[in-house]
Ligand binder design. Sequence first.
Ligand SMILES: C[S@@+](CC[C@H](N)C(=O)[O-])C[C@H]1O[C@@H](n2cnc3c(N)ncnc32)[C@H](O)[C@@H]1O
Length: 208
Amino acid sequence: MRTLVLVVVSCHLGCRPSEAPRTPAPAPVKQRARAPGFKAIGGLEGENPGLDAQVDPAGLVKQLALEAGQRVADIGARRGYYVRRFSDAVGPDGSVVVTDVDDDALAALAAQAAGRKNVQVRRAAPDVSGLEDGTYDLVFMSGVDHFLHDRVAYLTALKRALKPGGRIAVTHTQALKAPLAQAAREAGLVVIGGEDRPDFYLLIFRPA
Ligand SMILES: C[S@@+](CC[C@H](N)C(=O)[O-])C[C@H]1O[C@@H](n2cnc3c(N)ncnc32)[C@H](O)[C@@H]1O
């Protein structure tokens, strides 16, 4: 007897069906109930108090321990949920490069960047971050890695963008932690920090 197994990966940050991941779906992971008001969208802080309570953007950015003058990349920033906080954290002598592959996202990011001289918006390609080698203190991805065709290849290439001592931080829903952690190991990254929340995880890596 043949058994058909359907694996459903939920996306809480605004996936489109046409952008479904090509990498094999991870084994289902039991998730805890979400807080009332939680909505499955990628947006701006303040638009959705339920999401903000789950993500805790202030706490997350604090954990990243950014310093004035540092250079940060936010890959797949969409509407720029973290842009204001990153921009404020690195200050006028720092810089924040925000990327996306989607035209609507790039337009929204350009609007966010207006008036913030330390924020630069760039179009990325699906398999190429476009980040310069050796220039970033932190490369950040939130709700993006499930779109990547090959997480291991992408993360391996991403290491080149880091300055000595630079870090890669990834946050996403708990259900997608296992495949990212596995890919990061295979890409030669070691965990140096992070945290688990009921719905989201944060992992901070450095090259091994
Ligand atoms: C679910 S949204 C997350 C947005 C934002 N990071 C957040 O946490 O609210 C994922 C975004 O990643 C973008 N994206 C997908 N693949 C990408 C890639 N290879 N490089 C850059 N951006 C990508 C999508 O266009 C989308 O805007």
